[in-house]
Write a protein that binds this ligand. Structure first.
Ligand code: FMN
Length: 206
């Protein structure tokens, strides 16, 4: 399915109009739009271009029902036509690290990328380096929400779930770490207006 032709919102418009939506219009997501949203999320930056993020898109109603059960029954999972599970796979990243070296860097760059990662993570255990991988995947999680909003979709980020159950349900290895679940679709409610600290409350200027 080709993407819906709409004028994307600007970044500022997407940020302003994004809010957590927990009730969705009951219609499938256009596949072209979904792919474009995921492509845009993958343009997020990451240290050494590691791109530790991975996405599992759940649209199958039975799997979605089990995902909802793993998320303490939170109804937004059942309401959304799709749920994107965003996780980081640092072990896959390390096993395929040459793939992330920019082609312009040539063979030397690929070897350098291997050395860099071996040097940085060789002495760390799986959990430690997994935490680093997650910090990169969280950036893509943010990009994903804004890319969705920009193309006319709504989301709600979620960390209220049992990670081990989600790993088992999706057949993911033990070491992966979750940035969150992201139910996505078109809004069927207004959500809550923003309630945020003032700039003065959270910023120090030096
Ligand atoms: C990392 C993260 C985890 C969250 N987990 C949940 C969740 O499990 N269930 C839920 O209903 N909302 C969840 N939220 C949504 C927050 O409640 C919401 O973002 C916050 O109240 C601000 O509202 P807004 O998103 O409408 O601006 C989560 C948000 C973030 C960023």
């Amino acid at each position: 399915m080709t993407a819906t032709l709409i004028q994307p919102l600007t970044v500022a418009e997407a940020i302003e109009s994004r809010r957590s939506i927990r009730k969705f219009v009951q219609e499938p997501i256009n596949e072209g739009d979904l792919r474009e949203i995921l492509r845009l999320a993958g343009l997020a930056p990451s240290a050494w271009n590691a791109q530790t993020w991975r996405f599992a898109v759940v649209q199958n109603p039975e799997i979605k029902a089990q995902l909802q059960a793993a998320a303490y029954g939170q109804p937004q999972i059942g309401s959304a036509p799709a749920v994107i599970v965003v996780y980081s796979d640092m072990e896959d990243t390390l096993n395929t690290v040459e793939d992330t070296a920019h082609p312009g860097m040539g063979e030397q760059g690929r070897a350098g990328q291997r050395q860099t990662f071996d040097g940085a993570f060789g002495g760390q255990d799986v959990a430690q380096r997994g935490q680093w991988g997650l910090s990169q995947a969280n950036i893509a999680f943010g990009f994903l929400m804004l890319a969705a909003r920009s193309l006319g979709y709504d989301t709600v980020p979620m960390l209220g779930f049992e990670p081990q159950k989600v790993r088992e349900l999706l057949g993911l290895p033990e070491h992966v770490q979750f940035a969150g679940l992201l139910p996505i679709g078109k809004r069927a409610e207004d959500g809550f207006p923003h309630h945020r600290h003032s700039v003065e409350r959270v910023v120090k200027f030096y």
